[in-house]
Design a protein around this ligand. Structure first.
Ligand code: KIV
Length: 305
């Protein structure tokens, strides 16, 4: 029986096991599914084609990223939600490219140190891709050089040209439609998007155009479940990743702090606190992965519109 101490991520601490306890925390050991191949774009596309749900969680630092990897999460999103959960901002609008690059570096370093296999997505913050496709490429390159495998870009219609430009130059893109937090002021708040025939048709058209432009993933945030299901079925070459968009998306994403029950405000309807029944952070992440894989989360009647 192992006598090695465990840490509060639910893993055995390698440093402590080796007798040299670090006062600053250590990373968990390599990916739990040790046989998991590195998550690559072709693997994500295979999963999508097979109908296997894709799991994504946000992470902003080395320890949580390595723990998510060890728990079997396929995609780690370094989201600009870090503006709220790490920096204490009231929206994502104030997040800078430099801050994003710092967190992408921390996350990728953490995953690499444990020989992790997760796919890392760096969020392009507000103002870093809005001027031109050249500006977008220059700034996306900063996140790729910080270690990201893919960048995420909010918005539809006007972003098609940018997505195509990046993809043609070897940068995989995750698009983001529905509630796009960077434009919260224009949208008038954190509201469900795509309600009504006209709004639904526009959202679906934007999704199909982004697929044509080469986006491989598409986050759908706060979109009615029936519309997300329709878009998902219509997009064989671009996997939808839902957050408040129903169970029929090709995958799901949640903000780490929300799913760990650390949202100190009002919890959004689409969040489930996976920590409540778990003994550790890693346990909560594993429960999330399992629930998404088995289509037990989200529950449309409870978490969607
Ligand atoms: O910034 C972020 O974390 C996101 C997710 C909510 C999808 O965009």
């Amino acid at each position: 029986m192992s006598t090695a101490p465990t840490n509060n991520t639910g893993t055995t601490s390698p440093t402590a096991a080796a007798g040299g306890a670090s006062p600053y925390g250590t990373l968990p050991p390599a990916s739990a599914p040790a046989t998991r191949k590195p998550v690559s774009l072709p693997r994500l596309q295979e999963m999508h084609a097979r109908g296997e749900k894709i799991t994504m969680l946000t992470a902003y630092d080395a320890t949580f990223a390595a723990t998510a990897d060890a728990a079997g999460v396929e995609c780690v999103l370094v989201g600009d939600s870090l503006g709220m959960v790490c920096q204490g901002l009231s929206s994502t609008v104030g997040v800078t490219l430099e801050t994003m690059a710092y967190h992408v570096e921390s996350v990728t370093r953490g995953i690499r140190r444990v020989q992790g296999t997760a796919w890392v997505i760096g969020d392009m913050p507000y103002g870093t891709f809005h001027e031109s496709k050249e500006q977008a490429f220059r700034n996306a390159a900063v996140l790729m050089q910080a270690g990201a495998h893919m960048v995420k870009i909010e918005g539809g219609g006007w972003t098609n040209e940018i997505v195509r430009f990046l993809v043609e130059r070897g940068i995989p893109v995750c698009a983001h439609l529905g509630l796009t937090p960077q434009t919260v002021h224009a949208l008038g708040g954190y509201r469900v998007q795509g309600r009504g025939d006209e709004a639904a048709a526009t959202l679906k058209r934007h999704a199909l155009e982004l697929q044509d432009a080469g986006a491989s993933l598409l986050v759908l945030e706060m979109v009615p479940a029936a519309l997300s299901a329709d878009i998902t079925t219509a997009m064989p070459r671009c996997a939808t990743i839902g957050i408040g968009a129903g169970v029929d998306c090709a995958g799901q994403v949640l903000v780490l702090h929300d799913m760990l029950g650390m949202n100190l405000g009002k919890m959004a309807k689409f969040v489930h606190n996976f920590m409540a029944d778990a003994g550790s952070v890693r346990g909560a992440m594993e429960a999330y992965v399992q629930a998404v894989k088995e289509s037990r989360f989200p529950v449309n009647a409870q978490h969607a519109w």
